[in-house]
Ligand binder design. Structure first.
Ligand SMILES: Cc1cc2nc3c(=O)[nH]c(=O)nc-3n(C[C@H](O)[C@H](O)[C@H](O)COP(=O)(O)OP(=O)(O)OC[C@H]3O[C@@H](n4cnc5c(N)ncnc54)[C@H](O)[C@@H]3O)c2cc1C
Length: 548
């Protein structure tokens, strides 16, 4: 069986692995990236329609946020690889059943006007937060996410030293639910904020403490959703071309079965077909911690506390947090025409549209049902029509539609298998819910060309690291966040085996298309190898000590 040799081997080719490979390859290291599926890109990978040539669908990430402003975009020269982001001005919209709607626009002045039609006080509050806290987000949230995690006690001590740090700690003590009630008086706006909070997969129900700042972050960042021309795969295409240009090698259709450990150090990996990929300097796993520690490594190399910790690591709903979705994919002749366009026509141009949640109680109620293992009958869906902004995704001016409903992976009565029995019926319900607000989506009308579902088990079948369909690859609960991710013994991207490193959504700061786990882990490897960190990563110890 063939044997290869590289400086380093990376398991998985999602965007985090590629960001990390980009830094390591640009540092002059000879890197190999091994991917189980036939495609590079993981959850940033667009797929052709199973029914009609010319249409493409996102089975994973649809909404990318502020990507060209992230440090790795510039460090890895992604502008040179044909990647182009489109920034829809009407960033978020929420139609209401009474015919009104709320808009979050890229221009905060326009958002303020939309909110003012519901509450002048809330409009002023929105505007104040938008400007006041942008700086806090950059100085604290960004620095925390884009650097290896530090112990929460040290983090608190550092933040307490400055006025802005103390204010952050105070804001964050509250729950997201308390925060929206404290800040805003209008129920629709409160629901809108809680929806934006939930769809990022943050923590269990929004009533959990220490989530307050997320609402402020949603105000500042909530209008920055964007999409790459051609689909999410264009981001990972650009990253992989960059890695290849720096002598990186890709092995698709290569499922890793084992990490080879020789003399106590990670010496390479073995694929399921027996090929060996030896690594002189490092092995990185970007996949779920369960595969890394319970599948790839023999128990005899691991401390029992690590084995126990990983066995208790929780995914999705079983972790009582949200990162599990049921998706409707469809193609239509026309985009949705909302009844509430009479109130404000901008709703027809919204990128990220929240349909069906109208009060904070509804948001919390839906999420509680899902947590109990019930596919909710009171649907509240997140919708997008990417072809409004990127006509390259469909032929002849037709449209591609996507709607997500939070859903349990395992249904209370019947388990995950139950989805096969109910998925067609549930798909109709999702579409019918959308059509209540946009009647030209009537499931029995002529507008729909085709439609199909993606259940939580489908997500897991496609990307096996998204266990239980969890797009964060591990629940975002306090015990599994920051310094604790995936477990405290494995904090900071290093495994307790020489030359073995971790990255991916199962490490700090978790899932979504942020590239942060890959960016942070690259720094750790380069420092361990005694090489120069040629980029300029934030440093919380320094940056937070210098805040006013
Ligand atoms: C339905 C859905 C909607 C989403 N929407 C959004 C969104 O709008 N915005 C957003 O920011 N994020 C979204 N996400 C989340 C986002 O896709 C993930 O958080 C992100 O892809 C994680 O990136 P990663 O690089 O850590 O891992 P992944 O992208 O999961 O990549 C890991 C790779 O490892 C491979 N792999 C697994 N096991 C092995 C093995 N044994 N050997 C070799 N390779 C292996 C997998 O095939 C995969 O390609 C969504 C996800 C889903 C499922």
């Amino acid at each position: 069986m063939r044997k290869y040799e590289f400086d380093g081997v990376i398991i998985g080719a999602g965007h985090n692995a590629l960001v990390m490979a980009g830094y390591l390859a640009k540092s002059g290291l000879k890197v190999a990236v091994l991917e189980r599926t036939a495609f590079v890109g993981g959850g940033a990978g667009t797929f052709p329609s199973p029914f009609h040539p010319g249409f493409v669908h996102e089975y994973h990430s649809q909404f990318h946020r502020a990507i060209p402003s992230l440090p790795w975009y510039k460090d890895l020269d992604l502008d040179n690889y044909g990647l182009e982001y489109i920034y829809p001005p009407v960033n978020n919209g929420m139609p209401l059943s009474d015919g009104r709607n709320l808009i979050v626009h890229a221009d905060p002045e326009i958002t303020k006007k939309s909110i003012a039609r519901f509450s002048k006080k809330d409009a002023e509050t929105y505007f104040k937060i938008y400007h006041k806290y942008a700086d806090m987000g950059r100085k604290i949230w960004f620095v925390r996410d884009y650097s290896p995690p530090i112990h929460p006690d040290e983090e608190e001590e550092l933040l307490k030293k400055s006025q802005v740090g103390r204010e952050f700690l105070e804001l964050n003590k509250k729950s997201a639910h308390e925060m929206v009630h404290e800040l805003f008086e209008n129920d629709a706006l409160r629901a809108f904020y809680l929806f934006l909070f939930s769809v990022r997969g943050y923590l269990p129900v929004p009533t959990v403490k220490n989530t307050g700042f997320s609402i402020v972050a949603m105000t500042v960042m909530g209008n920055k959703a964007m999409l790459p021309r051609g689909g999410a795969r264009q981001l990972t295409n650009a990253l992989s071309w960059m890695v290849a240009r720096h002598n990186g090698t890709f092995f698709p259709a290569t499922e890793v079965a084992e990490i080879i450990i020789e003399n106590g150090r990670a010496a390479g990996v073995e694929a399921v077909d027996g090929r060996k990929f030896m690594a002189k300097k490092f092995v990185v796993s970007s996949v779920d911690p369960t595969q890394t520690f319970l599948r790839f490594i023999s128990e005899k190399h691991l401390d029992s506390a690590i084995i126990e910790g990983i066995k208790n690591y929780k995914y999705g709903i079983s972790g009582k947090s949200f990162g599990v979705l049921f998706a409707l994919h469809a193609a239509t002749h026309e985009p949705p025409h909302y009844t509430s366009a009479k109130w404000d026509p901008m709703i027809n141009q919204a990128f990220n549209t929240c349909v069906g949640y109208e009060t904070p109680e509804e948001v919390v109620g839906h999420l509680s049902e899902v947590m109990e293992g019930t596919p909710t009958e009171h649907l509240g869906i997140q919708c997008a029509v990417p072809t409004l902004f990127d006509p390259s995704r469909s032929p002849n001016g037709k449209h591609v539609l996507l709607a997500w409903q939070f859903a349990p992976y395992s249904i209370k009565d019947g388990g995950p298998e139950q989805w096969e029995k109910i998925k067609d019926q549930y798909l109709e319900k999702v579409l019918a819910r959308w059509a209540e607000y946009a009647p030209n989506l009537d499931p029995n009308g002529k507008n729909i060309i085709y439609k199909f579902s993606q259940t939580p088990p489908d997500t897991e079948r496609h990307l096996i690291n998204m266990r239980e369909g969890d797009f964060h690859v591990g629940a975002l609960i306090p015990e599994q966040l920051g310094y604790n991710r995936p477990i405290p013994q494995l904090s900071g991207y290093k495994a307790p085996i020489d030359n073995l490193y971790l990255t991916g959504a199962g490490t700090h700061p978790g899932g979504n298309i942020t590239g942060a786990p890959g960016y942070n882990a690259a720094q750790v490897v380069i420092r361990d190898l005694g090489m120069e960190v040629w980029w300029n990563p934030p440093d919380p110890r320094k940056d937070w000590s210098e805040m006013d």
